[in-house]
Ligand binder design. Structure first.
Ligand code: ACM
Length: 693
């Protein structure tokens, strides 16, 4: 890469408008400063609402300066600084990383009308416009949050051109489709260190998510310090929790990136940790210990005692001093509460209050908690189960059960957030999440009801991840979902999504996320050697099974060490989509499509050839040897693929019984083993089925 320097006399005399005119004219007069040969490659994710591009680009040089036009704001300066650092890192151009003082002549100007709300609300104006011309770039926004989104777009725009890096000439007008674009991280079942959360928030900002939903309490651990009730973490956790200072730091860190923090305190179910710490909160049977096993616990807070509400009021009041957001999440899901059906005191209470069943009792509990939250000037958010006509309409329902449940709430007048299709632990491909729309135009909801759908949230439950694997479970798939929440509904081209996801994924690693690098590190650790070329090839053919399947096969608990082969491989690795696409294309014209045929053969041969070296490594690694059966199956499956491809490309028929034998081999390969699945089973099945006998 070449770095060009502006004439020193010009850069040092930039103090008047006249000088500005000179430098702009000069920059245009150097034709290489605006190479018209630049053709814009749209790698943006999420895609902006509107974009026009013309040929040409603005070359990034060490003289590149960024400044607000008139508005000094520490949050804006911080965002400019981060954007410039990223551009330096991506391009190697040693431009200054600090924002120039507001009003200074600059190649990137930010015209921002105001700081935005002191506490970011769901109505914050997040829109921005961004124009790159041959003389520089300009971002306009009503608020700093909008400007931050513009800066993220600007960073993603940077592309190579010949020996330079340029900003392509574009004009963008952008605003989000949904106001609530969240990511929930469960820090109850496995604690995540602060640096993990901070880099998660960096990734969220890069793809314009705006709500970090912090799941802080679970049966397996109470993770937020209470000074009023110190036993909550003292007894209710394994010693891993966030101090109040941590919480304040994270809220500030997120705010600096235009992200709200919505804390979740689970009640009345998923509350074993509360009750172990303060047994008086229990509905009858106090739980013996914080749970290490997962699943639904048979313990719930006692909704009949005034002391329960006094405790919750004091606790939530304390939490309100840490979490300024207007919303607090009270969980509310999965509360079987056997004591509510058997404890005579609770049954008598229900009779006296005309509460016919457990859902009615939970609705009573929720109305009491809602009163506390209202007193704290907070809105209540809860999972589907809080939906009950006894609750007023200003609560927000987070739907984990599905679109129908979201629609039911909206029809009844409740605001909602869709999460059901965005459960990352289902280990589904990015494309599946991507194509699930929170509010498709085909939805039967009326315009009034549609307004109640605030947006969506990705959910990262933590039964089967830890601080080492969390990045690869969240990223890059969450970037694709972020686009669903931000971009227009008609942005649905899956090929293009995967193309851009590959680019953004690498940029996310540039921010410090480790979703790609983790795989190699974990494979090295499993094999006990740096020599993992073959193991990497082998691993590329696998992905983790779903949460449910892993639980069935492995009976994971909080004590399970998450350092297996399954923890090294990542969901939706490139081979899954690539082999599906190649197969689809090959099957259209198997006798003439030699390119796809060759690519498929090469891939299957490559993964098959990796097996002998991997089997050697398995001899020295009991952990790796857990995938022995998979290593035995892979060459056979690859051979089947080669046979099918050969038969199809020559038009020859298979001997009688061939197909049944191969389909049976595939069925065997679908059976659980090493809690991983082959990424190519569906396309292989299509190949075999396409063969004539
Ligand atoms: C949930 O998945 N139980 C919210």
């Amino acid at each position: 890469m070449k770095i060009r320097f502006w004439p020193a006399s010009l850069s040092s005399s930039l103090s008047s408008i006249a000088a500005v005119t000179v430098i702009l004219a000069s920059s245009v007069s150097f034709s290489q400063m605006s190479p018209s040969s630049v053709t814009f490659t749209n790698n943006l994710m999420p895609r902006p609402a509107s974009l026009t591009a013309t040929d040409g680009g603005f070359v990034l040089t060490p003289e590149f300066r960024a400044a607000a036009t008139h508005f000094d704001d520490p949050r804006l300066d911080g965002a400019i600084h981060r954007a410039l650092l990223q551009i330096r890192q991506r391009t190697g151009v040693p431009l200054p990383a600090k924002a120039a003082p507001a009003g200074t002549e600059a190649q990137l100007t930010l015209a921002v009308q105001g700081a935005g709300e002191k506490i970011q609300s769901i109505d914050e104006d997040e829109s921005y416009s961004l124009a790159v011309t041959s003389s520089g770039a300009r971002i306009e926004a009503a608020t700093v949050v909008g400007a931050m989104h513009g800066l993220e777009t600007l960073v993603q725009l940077v592309q190579p051109s010949g020996s330079d890096y340029v900003l392509p000439l574009v004009s963008i007008k952008d605003s989000p489709r949904f106001r609530w674009r969240g990511l929930m991280v469960d820090c109850g079942r496995h604690f995540e260190p602060m640096d993990v959360l901070k880099r998660t928030i960096d990734g969220m900002a890069a793809v314009k998510l705006n709500v970090f939903h912090w799941h802080l309490t679970e049966d397996q651990g109470f993770r937020i310090e209470s000074k009023l009730y110190p036993r909550l973490t003292g007894i209710g956790s394994n010693g891993l929790f966030y101090t109040q200072q941590d919480a304040k730091d994270l809220v500030a860190y997120a705010r600096a990136r235009g992200i709200r923090v919505v804390p979740e305190f689970e009640m009345p179910g998923h509350s074993t940790a509360w009750q172990v710490a303060y047994p008086k909160l229990a509905s009858g049977t106090p739980p013996p210990a914080v749970r290490t096993q997962f699943g639904i616990a048979p313990f719930a807070l006692d909704p009949t005692r005034e002391e329960t509400y006094q405790f919750i009021a004091r606790f939530l009041g304390e939490m309100a001093t840490l979490f300024p957001d207007a919303y607090m999440h009270i969980g509310g899901d999965e509360t079987p509460a056997p004591d509510w059906k058997t404890n005579p005191r609770i049954l008598a209470f229900m009779k006296a209050h005309h509460l016919k069943d457990s859902p009615a009792l939970q609705a009573y509990f929720n109305t009491r908690v809602l009163k506390i939250l209202t007193g704290l000037h907070k809105h209540m958010v809860g999972w589907d189960e809080i939906l009950n006509p006894a609750l007023p309409k200003d609560i927000v329902i987070q739907s984990w059960r599905g679109e129908a449940s979201l629609a039911k709430g909206a029809e009844q007048g409740y605001q909602g957030i869709l999460s059901a299709p965005y459960y990352l632990d289902a280990m589904k491909p990015a494309a599946t999440h991507y194509l699930a729309d929170p509010l498709p135009s085909s939805s039967p909801l009326t315009p009034e009801q549609r307004k109640r759908v605030l947006g969506g949230e990705v959910c990262m439950w933590a039964e089967q991840l830890d601080e080492h694997t969390i990045d690869s479970r969240i990223w890059p798939r969450t970037a694709a979902i972020a686009e669903r929440f931000w971009s227009p509904e008609n942005v649905t081209d899956v090929d293009d999504m995967y193309r851009r996801l590959n680019v953004v994924s690498i940029q996310l690693e540039g921010l410090g996320l480790r979703h790609l690098s983790h795989e190699d590190a974990a494979l090295r650790s499993l094999a006990g050697t740096q020599n993992i070329d073959q193991l990497r090839t082998f691993a590329s053919a696998f992905e983790p099974v779903s949460f449910h399947d892993r639980y069935q096969e492995q009976r994971t608990s909080q004590l399970t060490v998450l350092n297996r082969f399954v923890d090294a491989v990542r969901p939706d690795p490139p081979s899954r989509y690539r082999i599906a696409k190649l197969t689809q294309s090959f099957l259209k014209a198997p006798q003439s499509d030699t390119a796809d045929q060759a690519a498929l053969n090469q891939w299957f041969e490559g993964v098959s050839n990796s097996v002998p070296a991997v089997e050697q490594q398995m001899k020295h690694s009991p952990l790796l040897a857990e995938a022995q059966t998979r290593a035995e199956q892979l060459p056979g499956l690859a051979k089947t693929a080669a046979e099918a491809i050969h038969l199809l490309s020559t038009g020859a028929k298979a001997p009688a019984g061939w197909k049944a034998g191969k389909l049976s081999e595939i069925e065997t390969a679908k059976k659980p083993s090493a809690v991983v699945r082959f990424t190519f089973i569906d396309p292989l099945t299509s190949l075999v089925n396409a063969v004539q006998e």
